[in-house]
Design a protein around this ligand. Sequence first.
Ligand code: ASP
Length: 588
Amino acid sequence: MLKTHTCGELRKEHVGQTVTLAGWVNRRRDHGGLIFIDLRDRWGMTQIVADPAQSGEAHKAASEARGEYVLQVTGVVRARPEEMVNPDLGTGEIELEATVIKILNPAKTPPFYIYSDEKVEEALRMKYRYLDLRRRRMQRNLILRHQVVKYIRDFLAERGFVEIETPVLFKTTPEGARDYLVPSRVHPGKFYALPQSPQQLKQLLMVAGYERYFQIARCFRDEDQRGDRQPEFTQLDLEMSFVERADVMSLIETLMTGIVKDVSDCELLYEPFPRLTYKEAMDRFGTDRPDLRYGLELTDVSAIAAKTEFKVFTGAVEAGGAVKALVAPGCGDYSRRQAEELEVIVQEAGAKGLAWLAVNADGTARGGAARFFEGERLAELLEATGAQPGDLVLFVADEYTMVSAALDALRREFARRLELADPKKISFCWVIDFPLFFWNEEEQRWDPSHHLFTAPLPEDAHLLYTDPGAARGAQYDLVCNGYEVAGGSIRIHDRAMQERVFELIGLDMATARERFGHMLEAFEYGTPPHGGIAPGIDRIVMLLAGEPNIREVIAFPKNQQASDMMADAPSVVEPIQLEELHIRVVED
Ligand code: ASP
């Protein structure tokens, strides 16, 4: 080794020892005689002193060194004088008096400071990702990620799980996104698909008798990069045999609780994790991934609104929709303009408009919707919503799903404005009892709400033949701080039921056999009842690290145009490569 210790390791007890460190010049201060260098590696920082009186050569090298030069320094550890002790630094009580300094590699001036956490434009960080990864924030995130994955591996191995790799070159997987395709050279005109998840393979591993499988699996989904998505991301993929949904949920709950408590410095808010039915989540929060770090629950005021003279309200209720309200505490002083600005948020979520009123100190109301709520009507409204003087009441009237989406957006916005979502707090909840299917009006068929291998709840299985829309799925989503962080289900393990689901989702048998024939066939060779789940590692680490997006916890992420800006991928390839793959590129 070119170093005897790390830059974060030396303490008072090492005083007097001769050691060798190696690392990067974090900062260098030339005091005209003495030169001080903060030498950094991933474990920390040590102050190096180059004194011309001690070693002329070491001093000369130190005077040539600049930020990010790679140095090897041999010297004697000495205690810093009392007034020079740096309590913020692990090594702050000592310094290294250099006898030999070797420049192992010089460095150009980096495009941004490595030693400070100041904000740097993301495109620049992506282009020079290897420099960005030197920064403290990124090192902290990637190390946290490693710890989370290690915790998962140890936890599952202790419980009899086997880690098994599944192929990346495979066949289309029905997770609902577009596939990434890989052309085959050997089979002209044929393509592999990169797995959107190892779903089929993990189920086949259950048929194969492994009973407890997991994998830290890379998944590929060619989706538009809106929001916080990556074309490739990592899941803890897991499957178990002879289980019911409570078994999978309780295993994951124990795992997640352990991760938060043992690996992160976040506070876990609720134990056990609250369980909400899909309907309850939608009714109370307008979403199936509610953030439970704060209240701001929605109230259905349809019955009260139906009694008003407000056409928008009565119209929505008559049409079978709903009128729901959100109370923004202490926001009663919003001006008309401010309230109108909020309308943009609900419109972006698809709703037509937003009505509002503010509750005055004397219990009366002002604002657009106030004239429809007077006297008894207002009293009823305040009672139902719990609105107090000084609060702002916001209404959306529309079809139920639209109302939900709009008020979910507004609820998140107020949490942000009122700073209700503390990033140091982690609140998990389970959402269960999803409908197994949603009706696809455009294509006049059922869409699976999870994926097409999800079984109905046992007591709802008969509905597949009579009333599919009413069947609930044996599905469970794990939600954390407003994000869906895992989805899973008990699977269908019976060929006839699987074929019925194919039929309902409009997959003709010929296509189903071509795509999933291997699964249908496998189901005929003794398939255990089984189920699983797949927590998203990127998102969980993002939440534990308190980061705003998953790019901050991925070493080499793609940007929002799905490009790697450092290596410039995707890129054009040689004509000969295309020829070998039997591919011709058509420019449009
Ligand atoms: N394959 C599913 C997904 O990627 C998870 C599962 O059902 O286990 O969302």
